[in-house]
Design a protein around this ligand. Structure first.
Ligand SMILES: Nc1ncnc2c1ncn2[C@@H]1O[C@H](COP(=O)(O)OP(=O)(O)OP(=O)(O)O)[C@@H](O)[C@H]1O
Length: 339
């Protein structure tokens, strides 16, 4: 049986800027032909990690391997990686096709061959009809498709994308998100996508890597990270979880695994519960999000998410005293060490 291959491996990778540590001794393996999302708040080191893989930033120490080849000190063009930038940086005086073909021309590839290649890639990103247009004649989303085709022209093993969807409006962002996933699957190469959006990472990532303060806090499938956050930071950052105290230490419980009832209705004995006061009720269409301030602890708020039908069957309103309850089996212990 063939062993699963790694497309990228980071070993003890570190980046210091003067005395500050942007990326601190991270180890990471990314499986072949996978979609990996680096997720974390601003300043956590995700862009620096991506730039080190690309070769646009020199690692202070540690190793970067692409398909088992040591690339840590190679120039960007010899790593088998390509980067798609946040600002699409297309050449304004070239049309879409020539933008895509540009680096082939620099490498001395003949006109017929480079045009054919550019044409194939424009087809992949569904931009053939726009091949003669220059960047200023294209929308932001279309420019981005051209930039994607251009990044793919040298057939990288790994495509690196730094916040590729952040400049798009919400509707286009979701469309382009689906396109990125389709293209990654069609090409069968690895995409590493930096984002600060939890939704984006969960929607796209075969592997989701959550970073904080230059370190990896958790890496796993989207479902693993969402269902079993390992520590308080991941549970809070990924969203949709409450942090509760238990005799075992801190635990997380998903907001949609909590129930709510008026304070005069005791919770069933098999459920754990706390009493509180409803702060806000937000109607979100298919779901309703209820914030509850815990009575016995100042400034501790919890969130209960109900399906709209469940909520409207027994609505509660702001200011109401309530019981919030959950099953012990839905508690996930959190590690606190190192945080
Ligand atoms: N060229 C630089 N010189 C000095 N410090 C830098 C440099 N580039 C990044 N840093 C610092 O390194 C840390 C990590 O930055 P990085 O850009 O990797 O974070 P990020 O998670 O990508 O954030 P964002 O989402 O805001 O882009 C930050 O504290 C940042 O200020």
């Amino acid at each position: 049986m063939r062993m699963p291959q790694k497309d990228v491996e980071l070993v003890g990778l570190t980046k210091r800027f003067g005395s500050s540590v942007a990326v601190n001794t991270i180890d990471l393996q990314i499986a072949e032909a996978s979609y990996c999302c680096l997720l974390g708040p601003s300043g956590c080191g995700k862009s620096t990690t991506l730039r080190m893989i690309a070769g646009h930033e020199e690692a202070t120490s540690g190793d970067i391997l692409v398909r088992d080849k040591q690339v840590t000190h190679l120039p960007p063009s010899r790593r088998g990686t390509a980067m798609m930038f946040q600002s699409y940086a297309l050449f304004p005086h070239l049309n879409a096709r020539d933008n895509v073909a540009f680096s082939l021309q620099m490498r001395g590839v003949g006109k017929a061959e480079r045009n054919a290649k550019a044409q194939d890639l424009l087809e992949l990103v569904e931009m053939t009809d726009y091949r003669d247009r220059r960047p200023h004649e294209l929308s932001g989303g279309q420019q981005q498709r051209v930039a994607l085709a251009r990044a793919l022209v040298n057939e990288p093993s790994v495509l690196l994308l730094d916040e590729p969807l952040s400049a798009l409006d919400p509707f286009l962002r979701i469309r382009m998100r689906e396109e990125l996933k389709r293209i990654q699957r069609d090409l069968g190469i690895t995409f590493i996508h930096v984002t600060h959006s939890q939704d984006e990472a969960l929607a796209l990532g075969d592997q989701v890597v959550v970073m904080q303060d230059g370190e990896i806090r958790q890496s796993g499938t989207a479902r693993d990270v969402y269902e079993t956050p390992q520590n308080e930071f991941v549970a809070r950052f990924i969203g949709g979880h409450n942090i509760l105290s238990s005799e075992r230490g801190p635990v997380s419980v998903r907001a949609d695994h909590m129930a709510i009832a008026p304070a005069d209705q005791a919770a069933p004995a098999e459920r754990r519960s706390l009493s509180g006061t409803v702060g806000a009720v937000e109607y979100q269409g298919s779901r309703v999000r209820i914030t509850v301030a815990e009575d016995s602890v100042t400034d501790r708020r919890h969130v209960v998410e109900l399906g709209d039908r469940d909520y409207f069957a027994a609505p509660v309103s702001a200011g109401a005293p309530v019981n919030v309850s959950w099953m012990a089996a839905d508690e996930h212990p959190l590690k606190t060490a190192g945080l």
